[in-house]
Design a protein around this ligand. Structure first.
Ligand SMILES: C[S@@+](CC[C@H](N)C(=O)[O-])C[C@H]1O[C@@H](n2cnc3c(N)ncnc32)[C@H](O)[C@@H]1O
Length: 277
């Protein structure tokens, strides 16, 4: 699969379900010696490659600020930043939401008419900008603990229509959530995309402390975790396990309705129900 058809995605770092499946099929194709099987495998790879490209290409055009952020994200020397201490973790460009998911977030923000939005985990700001572009969004609070990344986002949104809507709280997300609770803040829409091991803690804190408006919406990234959340294999990563538990935890919570959508690596759409719903 060429890097062109995968857009900005790095072929050595499969992230979406299509990329994961294509990588598995390519492994089988390399091992295969039978020409007839090779032909069929090529058809499967073309099918899944075509889907990945189609999803990206069929999304409406991204705005200049979104394109700038993604282009720069894929150019930055993240390994060098980590090795020289500019960042505390070794970031990968694939951590950013791509065009397809970005467009999904943008439309979700618009159709929920969310005025106050909270994002946990901002990286280079692609999802933050997508959410803040909605005409209804008045304020988007980003929780991010890497100052270098906050500066990266600020310098890219400077002078754009979202500049004055996006606010940052630099620090450990759980501590920032505690501050937001003390300030009595309530949000219409929350997007969670930070450390997976804390997803349940973030979710519980938000739901138990009134940070989500009645009838508000939560969106959670990576809830399919490369297909591991439904895998029957014993070989599941720690993130695969916690996301499996997270999905089940939400499914059993009577305060919400949940659907897991196969957008990129899985996005859960969770609606807080009113007693009358
Ligand atoms: C997957 S990236 C977010 C990607 C971003 N939403 C986007 O679409 O481009 C996760 C981000 O969460 C941040 N993060 C991870 N754990 C955190 C924590 N405990 N508190 C605050 N930020 C955290 C990381 O620094 C990273 O920037």
């Amino acid at each position: 699969m060429s890097s062109t058809t995968r857009g900005f995605k790095n072929v050595s770092d499969p992230d979406s379900l299509q990329e994961v499946l294509a990588t598995k099929l390519e492994e089988v194709a390399r091992l295969n010696k039978d020409p007839e099987v090779a032909e069929k495998l090529k058809g499967c790879i073309d099918f899944v490659d075509g889907l990945e490209s189609f999803l990206k290409d069929s999304a409406s055009e991204a705005t200049p600020v979104q394109r700038k952020i993604l282009t720069d994200t894929y150019k930055e020397p993240w390994t060098e930043y980590y090795e020289t201490g500019k960042t505390t973790a070794k970031f990968r460009p694939s951590m950013a939401t791509g065009y397809h998911e970005g467009q999904f977030l943008r439309i979700a923000s618009q159709i929920t008419k969310a005025k106050r939005i909270l994002e946990i985990g901002t990286f280079t700001g692609h999802s933050a900008v997508a959410l803040a572009l909605s005409a209804y969004c008045e304020e988007l609070v980003c929780l991010e603990y890497e100052p270098f990344l906050v500066d990266f986002v600020k310098s890219r949104i400077d002078g754009t229509p979202v500049e004055n809507k996006i606010k940052f709280m630099i620090g450990v997300a759980m501590e920032s959530l505690q501050k937001l609770k003390e300030e009595g803040r309530v949000f219409d829409l929350v997007f969670i995309d930070a450390d997976k091991g804390n997803y349940i803690n973030y979710y519980n804190f938000i739901m138990d402390n009134g940070l989500l408006e009645k009838s508000g919406t939560l969106m959670i990234d990576n809830t399919l975790w490369k297909g591991q959340v439904y895998s029957t294999s014993d070989n599941i990563s720690p993130n695969g396990k916690v996301l499996k538990e997270f999905n089940e935890h939400v499914r059993q919570d009577p305060r919400v309705n949940q659907v897991v959508l196969p957008v990129h690596d899985g996005v859960s759409l969770i609606h807080r129900v009113e007693e009358s719903d």
